[in-house]
Design a protein around this ligand. Structure first.
Ligand code: PMP
Length: 441
């Protein structure tokens, strides 16, 4: 009887055993299952700042941040208060509400290429909708994506995807029809020649190129600059020359790599046609967004012919959380995260070097990840060629010492304004033993 105070709360192990009976693999999103690192995941019962507390009463320094949204730390008082206040006024109206306007104004004023946006409930919905819009706008079917980039579990975008698809070494997903797969062309990330070749043969069929503005779902791969031209700009130029669109996916990098996402890092003088967002803009509640030039966005229903909708889209609690989170993201916040990010990168590199563990730390802005190999990673092929067993030992040693990394060697590490020096000291103290464990293969 759960309501009897004498009944002890279930432990993580008990919860996982029960979960396995009623939830596939016990989880609602694959990478949470610890499938590639082994062991059972702790069940988190509460979180505050940079710390997680599990059902067994253990505390962890959180390096996952709900995979990106918790950039102001968990249970940030101003975000929680904004959600509480919104909740008191009603949970969902199914009619326009002021928070939608405020969040759209906030996003369009912070990110230059955005003239109009639509809010959705996840990053997956954002990329799915942007792709439909791009196909409608161009009257073409083919989409080009890059191996190792993840854009959510959209049928057309699962081929050679990053994130969990990479973690579990899957080529794509069962259940995607051949008809859908045939309209997706996958190229190696950063390969300008392959892209030029493809466009010279099939340019007239291509609706859009979609890319992670900064790939971070195979680990972080900064977009390469060649002869002064960044890869994203090259993609925009190549697409535009053929009448195709560029969809820049900033679901992960947006408002995290820096104040204006990867777009702010890439430099001026060019624009993607459509952009997608998620994670940070919902502050931990389910929010995604896609947007771009008004002339494209006007093709959406009801004014235009492209159908796209959502019962809970623009939900008042979600917009309140997003607005409060963005309000907390001033220059000082990015400065704090940037300092923490550099300190962690240096400490991890030095601990692994001391233990003789081959590693490469890669970053763009404040976004970074650690690869367990000694050569830089430019492509998904490179990312797959790393010592995931060493990572697994490193991961478990840190977990035992109270530091929760993403449970995969293919994921970015996520910091927040709550990762103070005091919190990070716990990580720094744990690193030497974890690096030693990684070395003992
Ligand atoms: N695009 C990118 C770049 C992502 O990192 C993710 C999620 N990790 C998605 C899309 C999908 O977002 P969601 O999980 O909210 O559907």
């Amino acid at each position: 009887n759960a309501s009897d105070p004498r009944t002890p709360a279930p432990t993580s192990a008990e919860l996982f055993e029960r979960a396995l009976k009623v939830i596939p693999s016990g989880v609602n999103s694959p990478v949470r299952a610890f499938g590639s690192v082994g062991g059972n995941p702790p069940f988190i019962v509460s979180a505050s700042g940079a710390l997680l507390r599990d059902a067994d009463g253990r505390e962890y320094v959180d390096m996952v941040g709900s995979w990106g949204p918790m950039i102001l730390g968990h249970a940030n008082p101003s975000v929680v208060e904004a959600v509480r206040e919104a909740a008191g006024k009603g949970l969902s109206f199914g009619a326009p509400q002021p928070g939608e306007v405020l969040l759209a104004e906030e996003l369009t004023s912070r990110v230059r290429p955005l003239e109009q946006i639509r809010l959705v409930n996840s990053g997956t919905e954002a990329t799915m909708s942007a792709l439909r819009l791009a196909r409608a706008a161009t009257g073409r079917d083919v989409v080009v994506k890059f191996a190792g980039c993840y854009h959510g579990h959209v049928d057309a975008l699962l081929a050679e995807a990053g994130s969990g698809v990479a973690t579990f070494a899957l080529p794509g997903s069962a259940g995607v029809t051949a008809a859908t797969a045939k309209d997706t062309v996958v190229l190696p990330y950063g390969d300008r020649e392959a892209l030029t070749e493809l466009f010279s043969q099939r340019g007239g069929e291509i609706a859009a190129i979609i890319t992670e503005a900064a790939p971070a779902n195979m680990g972080v791969v900064p977009p390469p600059v060649q002869d002064g031209t960044g890869f994203n700009r090259f993609l925009a130029d190549t697409a535009h020359a053929a009448g195709a669109l560029l969809i820049s996916d900033e679901v992960l990098s947006g408002f995290r790599a820096g104040a204006e996402g990867q777009y702010g890092i890439d430099g001026e003088g060019w624009e993607p046609d459509l952009m997608t967002f998620g994670k940070v803009i919902g502050g931990g509640l389910p929010v995604g967004a896609f947007g771009g030039r008004a002339e494209l966005m006007r093709l959406l229903a009801p004014a235009g012919p492209v159908y796209q909708a959502g019962t809970l889209s623009g939900n008042p609690l979600a917009t309140a959380a997003g607005l409060a989170t963005l309000a907390g993201l001033d220059d000082a916040a990015y400065e704090t995260i940037s300092r923490a990010s550099l300190a962690v990168q240096e400490a991890v590199a030095s601990a692994l070097a001391d233990a003789g563990v081959p590693h490469v730390v890669q970053s763009t802005g404040t976004l970074f990840s650690v690869f367990f190999r000694d050569q830089p990673v430019h492509t998904y092929e490179d990312a797959k060629d790393q010592n995931t067993e060493a990572f697994t030992r490193f991961f478990h040693s840190l977990l035992e010492q109270g530091v929760h990394l993403p449970p995969s060697a293919f994921e970015a590490w996520f910091l927040s304004t709550a990762h103070t020096d005091q919190v990070l000291d716990r990580l720094f103290e744990a690193l030497p033993a974890a690096a030693k464990a990684a070395a003992q293969g």
